[in-house]
Design a protein around this ligand. Structure first.
Ligand SMILES: NC(=O)c1ccc[n+]([C@@H]2O[C@H](COP(=O)([O-])OP(=O)(O)OC[C@H]3O[C@@H](n4cnc5c(N)ncnc54)[C@H](O)[C@@H]3O)[C@@H](O)[C@H]2O)c1
Length: 267
């Protein structure tokens, strides 16, 4: 199957593109033949150095995805300078708030994991609908389908990402707008660099490299799949959760108890 979004006039934007999964997706799209990828990130310096490394078809852009006016202006500017946006990867994310978190961690998680995707969709959907084509990929997490034992703000807002992606797919699919939702488990990036051996994510299974995730994204986009699961076992876990919620919660409680005893071996 031909790689999607690889024609000589394809324009792609990746938010949170300066590092980690976003950078790997930008690299993968460029190596696959995309005409240009805009590497958008709140960290302007890192976006610039990532774009320098990725080559002349990578364009750095300073963008805070929680600023709606800035997101709308970015969409307009990219389309003026480069033509229609074929694929917008709404990928920026934060790991904020241990346990129940404080109000600030809820606020930033909500803004980055939910509102930022709403802002992108508000700016992009009318343009894509008018053209009858375009694709939006939202990065959630396996935590958005299951749970993240370490952080309620992360878990709850990533569920919000999945719900929003489903809503967009349902409401805008008939307008020719494709929607995908990326839900990886552990991936070796700056976000997880501090995960200890006994972290909930590590106990969930092996970590992938960002490049593996980018390969899964390209494969799923090529097959027109909504859900992108770089760790295929997540589909089984989700099925078990849906089949018997009480049993699933029991299993997760056992996992949490294992994490706690690993964290304090003296008991
Ligand atoms: N690493 C994992 O194990 C893992 C697992 C599941 C899902 N994810 C999700 O994948 C996405 C990428 O994560 P990563 O692991 O590559 O993390 P990362 O920390 O390496 O990269 C995240 C990038 O997002 C940028 N960013 C954060 N807030 C922003 C904002 N307001 N505006 C613009 N850019 C902003 C950061 O500057 C950073 O460059 C996130 O949505 C994350 O929640 C990661």
């Amino acid at each position: 199957m031909a790689q999607p979004f690889s024609t000589p006039d394809t324009t792609i934007v990746v938010t949170g593109g300066a590092r980690g999964i976003g950078r790997a997706m930008a690299d993968r799209f460029l190596r696959g033949g995309a005409a240009r990828v805009v590497v958008a990130d709140r960290d302007a310096d890192q976006a610039q150095s990532a774009a320098d490394e990725l080559g002349e078809r990578a364009h750095p852009m300073a963008l805070d995805v929680t600023d709606e006016a800035a997101v709308a202006a970015a969409v307009a500017r990219v389309e003026e300078e480069h033509g229609p946006i074929d694929l917008w990867c709404s990928n920026a994310g934060v790991g904020a708030g241990a346990d129940l978190g404080d109000d600030d961690s809820w606020d930033v998680s909500w803004r980055v994991h939910v509102l930022a995707h709403v802002y992108a969709a508000r700016a992009l959907a009318p343009r894509m609908a008018e053209r009858g084509r375009g694709h939006i990929l939202l990065t959630s997490s396996a935590a958005g389908l299951l749970s993240n034992l370490s952080s309620a703000p992360y878990s709850v807002t990533k569920h919000g990402t999945v719900a929003l992606a489903e809503w967009l797919a349902i409401r805008h699919g008939d307008e020719g707008i494709g929607v995908s939702c990326l839900c990886p488990q552990g991936v070796n990036t700056a976000m997880t660099a501090g995960d200890g051996k006994a972290s909930g994510t590590r106990l969930g299974g092996a970590y992938l490299e960002p490049e593996d995730v980018a390969d899964s994204v390209v494969e799923a986009l090529g097959e027109g799949r909504f859900l992108v699961l770089p760790h295929p076992e997540v589909a089984t876990y989700e099925l078990r959760r849906a089949e018997d919620r009480d049993r699933w919660i029991g299993g997760m409680r056992r996992a949490w108890s294992k994490i706690r005893s690993a964290a304090s071996p003296q008991g």
